[in-house]
Design a protein around this ligand. Structure first.
Ligand code: ZN
Length: 314
């Protein structure tokens, strides 16, 4: 067993070096493009209210620092935390910086018939690529530093007696509730949170998002409750991971825009026909839900994954 574990970890750091090199070049590209956007501000920047201008640049600087550290210094367990914090900051800011990509996509395929900010689009693509490369780099660094299996991250047989962290699924469940509850309250004739007490425009069209929220509630519970184990595991993990990603890409820029509106005009400022505090509550909850969902997916995967083909640990 030990020999097999060793073969999974070895001193083979080629994948770590490859991912760090990818992170280095993509961070450089994202950083250079961010500076170019600073010097040549686009005439139609449709993400200005969603993303702080400095986010992609700070992400690129953090990513570059981590990549250089990984590529030039020896892997040491005591550096693992620094690498984790650096990659974490770069990933959050990078994903935030890339959160205009769905808008770019809708414009590119013509569903939003408006002009495309090409420089911004390429910058966001580079930022997302750097975030992915940094996620791989951070994960591999931790595994090499702990002498864990590079493929699965195990250092020994898993302890099935360890209690599963159910709080994350329940946190996601609770955070999923305010949005459909607010919508149901409005549908029942409530007017709090709306501008001039008017009902939300096109509210009847808005049930798609309520159905999605209800699915989110079920998904969060399925990941931590006994009955969830009977559902197809891969489908559950895929839905959970996709849901967490979607929630963070909408929740982060949404929260930022809501806080900006509150800072400028107060909690009762109205945007469209909704008050600022409603946006802050809903998008803030989606952020909490994203974190809870991601943690629940991780815990579920840890508990139910099969033996590793590289190290054969279970
Ligand atoms: Zn393994």
């Amino acid at each position: 067993m030990t020999a097999e574990v060793q073969s999974g970890t070895g001193r083979d750091q080629s994948w770590l070096r490859r991912s760090a090199a990818a992170a280095l070049w993509l961070s450089l590209a994202a950083g250079a493009l961010s500076v170019a956007r600073w010097i040549l501000p686009p005439s139609h920047d449709y993400t200005a209210h969603l993303v702080p201008k400095a986010a992609p640049l700070v992400a690129a600087v953090c990513g570059l620092a981590v990549a250089v550290l990984v590529l030039t210094a020896q892997v040491r367990p005591e550096r693992a935390r620094t690498v984790r914090v650096g990659t974490g900051a770069a990933i959050v800011l990078g994903v935030w910086g890339a959160s205009g990509l769905p808008l770019d996509g809708l414009r590119v395929i013509g569903l939003i018939p408006l002009s495309i900010d090409w420089l911004g689009f390429v910058t966001r693509l580079a930022a997302l690529g750097a975030a992915v490369a940094l996620a791989a780099t951070g994960t591999l660094y931790g595994r090499v530093a702990q002498e864990a299996c590079l493929r699965c991250g195990r250092t020994g047989p898993s302890q099935s007696t360890r209690p599963s962290p159910k709080w994350c699924g329940y946190a996601a469940f609770l955070a999923a509730l305010p949005y459909p509850l607010i919508k149901a309250y409005w549908a029942a004739g409530g007017t709090a949170g709306t501008g001039d007490g008017k009902l939300i425009k096109g509210f009847a069209d808005g049930w798609g998002t309520v159905i999605l929220a209800a699915l989110g509630v079920l998904l969060a519970l399925a990941l931590v409750q006994e009955w969830g184990r009977r559902l197809p595991h891969r489908l559950l993990l895929l839905a959970g991971a996709g849901g967490a990603l979607l929630l963070v890409t909408v929740g982060l820029p949404g929260s930022y825009a809501a806080l900006q509106l509150i800072a400028d005009h107060g909690v009762h400022a109205v945007d469209g026909d909704t008050k600022a505090w409603v946006f802050a509550v809903v998008y803030g909850c989606w952020l909490v839900m994203a974190v809870g969902m991601a943690a629940a997916v991780w815990a579920f995967w840890q508990r139910h994954r099969k033996a590793c083909p590289a190290c054969s640990l279970v």
